[in-house]
Each structure stands twice: as structure tokens, then as C-alpha cells.
Write a protein that binds this ligand. Structure first.
Ligand code: SF4
Ligand code: SF4
Length: 440
């Protein structure tokens, strides 16, 4: 397949990174000078197993899509996953894939860390994997490329249910399905004071209710106790955190000692950011811009490192938001970078993290695949990707078919097409979403 053809197919199908910020995949494929197409199958967040299931059970589809991308980009595909997922490793190798089987630590799924671990290359500060000749996609994104090659756009998301739910496992869910409906299908929540996490416990977004929609980037929905350390750390207002930092931060440096990006060679010292924020505000720009290098992995917070109950991660997120709102993009000089000589001794084993967070009780044995969830109504968000929201091309009352394009990015803007995840009629179009219901 030619590169232009692949880019068009991926754009038409509305494919974005199935996880994280949802960067439109067709844009990644415009890069030149790529020698490695790296598939991120690490899935390092506790309680997430969907990618692992897909690699073990859909290896042929994944390898078929990878071959098409390889041909278009002129790059070699390498799957990167944890050695402990033996079934997935074997399935991929049997399907003809090259696999790098990695050790099990957190946050190996951060693409900067994974590229270093798999290829020994360090992405420059403020740079992208493209700068070291690599395009990274995750497993579900690759599966969506295979679907697109068969003429099917993105209409579903593979979502794991976990934590305090009756049935833990993987569902294929129409985009726009209410998380409340998904949790009912999973047998309901088994605790009274739950919070609802979109994603993993370390980096996911915490919600007070399950009244939000399944999107292209959703990997998991976890129900966790509202009084757990995880929930308390995420829900504390950042202003309160900064007040506490002024009083409590003892500059012990523990946050910097474990910082996963600092260990791989970035100049990111969260203890310095905490000191500057507590006493100088945003005036110290050379320190503030370090926050832009943060992956938000959460190891520096009280969940792992900080003995004083603080979260440098939350502070970094606040600084990044302020830079974005002011339209400031800090620049970083290119320099020789080297991983920290003690890095190997400071890695955090995933099992230890799970135990510390009290998550072992929620592990699913065995992890089940529950197949397709059937729903009669969806509210499909217009923003499921990096860039501005897509623009609707249907109006209330229109009949739509399954897979029909219903919204598209503005001309020249970063974004992705959105397709009907059920056939039926358009009930409503708002600036945020398109509501569809099935006609029986
Ligand atoms: S670990 Fe906590 S107390 Fe220590 S320097 Fe970092 S933020 Fe301050
Ligand atoms: S969240 Fe903390 S440990 Fe993780 S990259 Fe950011 S500063 Fe470093």
C-alpha cells in the first residue's frame, strides 16, 4: 500500500490514538525518515488487560495491519509488551511478528520510556518519537487500522471494566454509550461510595458519577472507593495542594529521585518545581518549563514517593494548563542526553505498586471477554481527539446508518472524523455531542 493511500484510509475511518490524548493517527503517518513502527502493548497501568487480550486473541489482524503500515512507511514493525504476558508474546510470534518482551515496571507504557527500553534511543526534551525515527501506535489503534483496511470506520471502543464491579473483563462498546449502561452490563458496582475512573488508576480521569460517554480513547472504566488514597489525591483542589506544599514540602527530593522522565535523561526535577510554585509562583520560568516534560505518571506523588501527602504531578498539570491557555510553548535546547546511572535500581515493579495502592483485591482471574454491548441510544462526543471538536454534518431528524460519517474536522484543523456507532435517527445535535437512537 502507498503512504498516501494509508493516510487517506486512516483519516476516512476516523482513527486516533486509542488512549491518552487521541492524537489523529493519519497525522503521525505523514512523518518522513521513520525506520521503526513501534506497537505499544505495554499496558502498564494496574488492572488494565484489554490490550493483552487483543494481542493474544487478535494477533493475525494486528500483524496484517502492521504489514500494511510497514509497507507504506518503509519501517520495520516491532511489538513491545511485557515478557510476563506469555500467551500474547507467543500468539504474535506465531503470526510472524517481531516482539520485544520487556520487564515489568511502571510506567514502561510511557512512549518515551518504552522507546528507551526497546531501542535504546532517547526522545529529545520537548520532542516527539518522530525525532528518533519512530512512530508509536497502541494495540487498539492498530486493530482499528485493520478494520479500516476492511472498510470499517471506528465505531466501537474495547473497554475493560474493573475495580469494584461484579464482572471484570473486556467489552466492545459502541462509541457514545453511557458508562452507566456499561457498568450495568458488567453487573453493577459493588460499593456505595464509588468514584469512576476513565483509564488506569494512576493516570486516569476521576469522575463522581458514571454519566459520561464511551469515547475512542477510553481504555477502561474502574469503580474505586471514594475514600481511597487514589481518589483523595486526584480530587484534592490544586490550590489546597499548593497551600500544603508551602507548609509541608520538606524538599526531601524523593519525587525527583523516582521521576521516570528524569531517570531517562530529561531535566525534570519536581522538587524544584514544588519549591518555586510554593514560594515564587510562576515567575521562575526556567523551573516552570520543566513541568512540560512531565508525563503525569504519578510516581512522584504520595501514591508512591512523596512522604508528605503531596502531588507534584497535579502541580505540573496546572502549570501545563496555564502555559497552554497563554499560548506559550517553552523551547528546549537539543543536547546530549543520558539515562541516570542508577536508573535500573530505582525502577518501580508493577506488582509492588499494585500492592501499595490496595488494588490486588480487584485483579480479575480469569479475565473475560464479554463481546459486543448492544445499546439503543448513544451520545457521541464531538471531541474525542487532540485538536478542536469535529463539526457535525447531520441535523436532528436525519436518519443515519451504522458507520455513516456524522462529523468531520474543520478544513486544515487537527482532528478526526466521527461515525455513527448505531443505525437510527439523530435525536439532537449540540456543540458537544450528537445523540442517536435506534429505530425499532
Ligand atoms: S517528595 Fe514531597 S515533600 Fe519531598 S520534595 Fe517532593 S513534594 Fe516535597
Ligand atoms: S508525574 Fe512526577 S514522576 Fe511522573 S514524570 Fe511527572 S514529575 Fe516525573
Amino acid at each position: 500500500m502507498r503512504k498516501e493511500e494509508l493516510i487517506r484510509t486512516v483519516f476516512d475511518a476516523g482513527i486516533v490514538g486509542a488512549g491518552g490524548a487521541g492524537f489523529p493517527t493519519h497525522r503521525k503517518f505523514t512523518a518522513e525518515g521513520i525506520d521503526t513502527y513501534l506497537i505499544n502493548g505495554i499496558e502498564c497501568e494496574p488492572l488494565l488487560e484489554g490490550d493483552c487480550y487483543m494481542m493474544a486473541h487478535k494477533a493475525d489482524s494486528l500483524v496484517r495491519a502492521a504489514r500494511a503500515v510497514e509497507e507504506a512507511l518503509g519501517a520495520k514493525t516491532v511489538f513491545c509488551l511485557k515478557a510476563k504476558h506469555d500467551e500474547a508474546v507467543q500468539a504474535l510470534r506465531s503470526a510472524g511478528a517481531e516482539v520485544i518482551a520487556c520487564k515489568d515496571y511502571y510506567p514502561l507504557g510511557d512512549e518515551v520510556i518504552m522507546i528507551y527500553e526497546a531501542l535504546g534511543r532517547i526522545v529529545p526534551e520537548g520532542g516527539l518519537p518522530l525525532d528518533v525515527g519512530v512512530v508509536v501506535n497502541n494495540v487498539e489503534t492498530l486493530y482499528n487500522i485493520d478494520e479500516a483496511l476492511q472498510g470499517r470506520p471506528v465505531m466501537h471502543s474495547f473497554v475493560s471494566t474493573g475495580g469494584a464491579v461484579a464482572r471484570k473483563g473486556l467489552f466492545r462498546v459502541p462509541l457514545g454509550t453511557s458508562v452507566r449502561t456499561l457498568l450495568e452490563a458488567a453487573g453493577g458496582v459493588t460499593i456505595d461510595n464509588a468514584v469512576y475512573v476513565d483509564g488506569g488508576p494512576m493516570m486516569g480521569v476521576y469522575h463522581d458519577t458514571p454519566d459520561f460517554s464511551v469515547t475512542k480513547t477510553m481504555k477502561a472504566i474502574l469503580a474505586l472507593p471514594g475514600d481511597s488514597l487514589l481518589a483523595r489525591m486526584e480530587r484534592m483542589p490544586v490550590e489546597t495542594m499548593l497551600k500544603q506544599a508551602r507548609v509541608c514540602c520538606c524538599q526531601c527530593n524523593q519525587c525527583t529521585l523516582v521521576c521516570s522522565r528524569d531517570l531517562v535523561g530529561f531535566h525534570l526535577e519536581p522538587h524544584q518545581i514544588m519549591r518555586a510554585m510554593a514560594f515564587q509562583g510562576v515567575r521562575n520560568e526556567s523551573v516552570m518549563k520543566m513541568a512540560m516534560l512531565c508525563s503525569e505518571c504519578n510516581l512522584c506523588s504520595a501514591l508512591h514517593a512523596c512522604p508528605m501527602g503531596l502531588s507534584p504531578r497535579r502541580v505540573n498539570m496546572q502549570i501545563k494548563k496555564a502555559f497552554r491557555e497563554q499560548g506559550i510553548t517553552p523551547r528546549f535546547e537539543r543536547r546530549e542526553m543520558q539515562a541516570h546511572p542508577l536508573r535500573d535500581y530505582r525502577l518501580v515493579p508493577s506488582e509492588r505498586l499494585k500492592e501499595r495502592l490496595g488494588l490486588i483485591q480487584y485483579e480479575a482471574e480469569p479475565y473475560e471477554y464479554y463481546g459486543d454491548l448492544e445499546v439503543d441510544r448513544v451520545a457521541i462526543p464531538l471531541k474525542q481527539h487532540a485538536g478542536p471538536p469535529a463539526s457535525p454534518i447531520v441535523v436532528a431528524g436525519d436518519a443515519v446508518e451504522l458507520g455513516q460519517c456524522i462529523a468531520t474536522p474543520l478544513e486544515g484543523a487537527l482532528g478526526a472524523r466521527i461515525h455513527a456507532s448505531i443505525g437510527g435517527v439523530v435525536d439532537a445535535v449540540t456543540p458537544e455531542q450528537i445523540v442517536l437512537s435506534r429505530q425499532r
